[in-house]
Design a binder for this molecule. Sequence first.
Ligand SMILES: [Zn+2]
Ligand SMILES: [Zn+2]
Length: 341
Amino acid sequence: MKAAVYFGKNDVRVVDVEKPGVGPRDVRIAIEYCGVCGTDLHIFHGDGGAAPVPVGTIIGHEFSGVVEAVGAEVKSFKVGDRVSADPNDWCGECYFCRNGKAHFCTAMKGYGTTYPGGFAEYVTVPEKQVYSLPDCLDFKAGSQSETTSCCINGIDLCNIKAGQTVLVIGAGPIGLMMTQLAKYAGAGKVLVSELVEEKRRLAKKLGADVVIDPKAEDLQAVIHRACENLDCVIEAAGTPFTQAQAIKVAGKTCTVMLFGLVAPETEIKVKTFEIFNRELNLTSSFINPYTFSRAIAMLAARKVALDEVITDIVPLENIVEVFTNPEYRKRGKILIRTKCE
Ligand SMILES: [Zn+2]
Ligand SMILES: [Zn+2]
């Protein structure tokens, strides 16, 4: 089968590999779509994902598809089922797994980061990682179950209370998911700061109360006009500039969620006194502990709507262009079509 394999820094190639086998408790999925994540870009550039990526790994961790084969001991799925899968497979035995922090599992397998993933015609995962997609949820949105599950973990950690004011920095796919989730978490007002006009339009359509072009307007001044106090800032652009900006514009007792992934060596300058005198809660969100079912529920209910967030479907053979052509950074969510038609 065809698959996109990581061969090292700036070297991903679509090559022929052997179709994965199926163990007794495994499910093999014929992939429909696999989303390109910011993490995949970091992997391409040699920065790794949540963990270092071994050379030879088939990447891609946001996928949907149809069950094509099941192992003899599989009970909950059959050939033909429409599914997605949680790519983060924890051991259940280490200290963290046994103490409610399975996302910090010391023996974590990541399908698409440390084990073969979804930029391929087929992927095999253990049955316990597989989730059914309801009929009302199409394969395109269904492929975004993992992304949405990561965002739900982030929103939970923001502790948004009814009526509070939230600022989202960056209206890429993550920022647009966060905007929708912040509303459902109870935010009274959601402000979105975004450079690209089309993305600001979409943020407004998906529930943002105020959209800001930070090049044309002073972000701090807009915040002051919009609310007495900014309760939560969600940084979803993943740059050192916007991370520093998130801390700078935060209100009193504000939660600052640094959600966007930056390169491991990134440092920013912070005046720690400003954390003290506003009693800031600086936090971040690591992958998707126990949020996969909730993600599918939010997508199926269209409370996280992605029709316009997904802007491009690219065939697997052109995947490298998605990593190398900066034009794609200005777009929304890009899905790879792995099926050979
Ligand atoms: Zn991802
Ligand atoms: Zn573990």
